[in-house]
Design a protein around this ligand. Structure first.
Ligand SMILES: *Cc1c(COP(=O)(O)O)cnc(C)c1O
Length: 393
């Protein structure tokens, strides 16, 4: 049985070119970048080059890039870092209801530590309203964190507009760009952000390495103390191989953005149109146009997302459900709930995220399997028999 991987928003495979670039830094080039002898200087050079590459791709300066242990750490460093370094200016922080847990849970931590957090609602497409950001600002607001695009439903937020408002008000602006890096062009000046997170394993790089852009002049408190690495913003011997892999993967992805977006959009539309034509009682989630080119999020009423995932897995198809990621809990996705999707429908959500190796044939296979599996599960559902023609709310 062929395996079909449609969970690229969760993670991606390391590209061979990326692995090849990384390998020497595990073996013959194993120096510590802080060492003065040539082995160390060789590692330092690789680190400097990777930093220059990432800075260049973001339209930033090398000194503005902090390498981290992944996207979650970048989010934590941005939010706690700004919060604790700017407490004397105020204690109010604004975010949205659809952020990744790396942002939301960090906000909850800060709330328990005396900060005031405003969580903005979203519309039925999962979109934040820039006017509501402006209205939520107070004299005490020190930071706003709104993601670039949502990892569950793919909605792209109006980051430029929010950024312009905040730049004018001189409030720090962080955006989690983990889902857009490698998929959309990202320029920190155009986005008007002060901090931006990315993660290598979402764009065919290794897991456990990420980067945070920190605009010059932005005060952040480090959360890992120790050595003077990363300009004292993140102590610890650098993950040289991982960082080399991140830079290589990011450069490859950004270099292919136009062709990959066209390909992903075509596959996405094939999948979307196929589901719409062949399965009834479905509800597509996220914005119809302002969305990532590789994301389809759909609810099938009368069935559970978990059951759907297990059945797809039996056919070799890897996908994700909003309710699945919170390890067996049957809480519906906080993103879908924030968008006003009724919980009983949110339970039947399926996220299919496409990647560079998916093909039209795979999409057609997935459609055939989905039609079969959805019909089978609905046949077993008492709700479906009772209300077969009930329209979706
Ligand atoms: C995956 C993801 C993260 C976490 O990144 P890790 O590198 O896995 O820690 C954060 N934000 C978003 C939007 C993500 O999709």
């Amino acid at each position: 049985m062929n395996r079909i991987y449609l969970d690229h928003a969760a993670t991606t495979a390391v590209r061979p070119e990326v692995l090849e670039a990384m390998l020497p830094y595990f073996t013959e080039k194993y120096g510590n970048p802080s060492s003065v002898y040539s082995l160390g200087r060789e590692a330092r050079r690789a680190l400097d080059e990777a930093r220059a590459t990432v800075a260049d791709l973001l339209g930033a300066d090398e000194r503005e890039i902090v390498f981290t242990g992944g996207g979650s750490e970048a989010d934590n460093l941005a939010i706690k870092g700004v919060a604790f370094a700017n407490r004397h200016k105020g204690n109010h922080i604004i975010t949205s209801a659809v952020e990744h847990h790396a942002v939301l849970d960090t906000m909850h931590f800060l709330e328990r530590n005396g900060f005031r957090i405003t969580v903005l609602p979203v519309d039925s497409y999962g979109m934040v309203d820039p006017n509501q950001v402006a209205e939520a600002l107070t004299d005490d607001t020190i930071l706003v964190s709104i993601m670039h695009a949502n990892n569950e439903v793919g909605t792209i937020q109006p980051i430029e507009e929010i950024g312009r408002i905040l730049a004018e008000k001189k409030v720090y602006f962080h955006t989690d760009a983990v889902q857009t890096a490698g998929i959309l062009p990202i320029n920190v000046a155009e986005l008007h952000c002060d901090l931006l997170s990315l993660s290598a394993h979402k764009f065919y790089g290794p897991k456990g390495v990420g980067a945070l852009y920190v605009k010059r002049g932005t005060k952040i408190e480090p959360h890992i103390h120790g050595g003077a690495q990363e300009r004292k913003r993140r102590a610890g011997t650098e993950n040289v191989a991982g960082i080399v892999g991140l830079a290589k993967a990011f450069a490859l992805a950004q270099g292919e953005i136009e062709t990959s977006a066209a390909k992903l959009t075509a596959l996405r539309d094939r999948l979307w149109d196929g589901i719409a034509a062949r399965i009834d009682h479905v509800r597509f989630n996220g914005h119809p146009t302002q969305r990532l080119p590789n994301n389809v999020n759909v609810c099938f009423s009368f069935i559970e997302g978990e059951a759907l995932l297990l059945n797809l897995d039996m056919h070799g198809i890897a996908a994700s459900s909003g309710s699945a990621c919170t390890s067996g809990s049957l809480e519906p996705s906080h993103v879908l709930v924030a968008m006003g999707v009724p919980p009983e429908i949110a339970h039947g959500s399926l996220r299919l995220t496409l990647g560079r190796e998916n093909t039209e044939e795979e999409i057609d296979t997935v459609l055939d399997v989905l039609v079969e599996v959805v019909a089978k599960l609905r046949d077993m559902s008492p709700l479906y028999e009772e209300t077969p023609s009930k329209p979706l709310p």
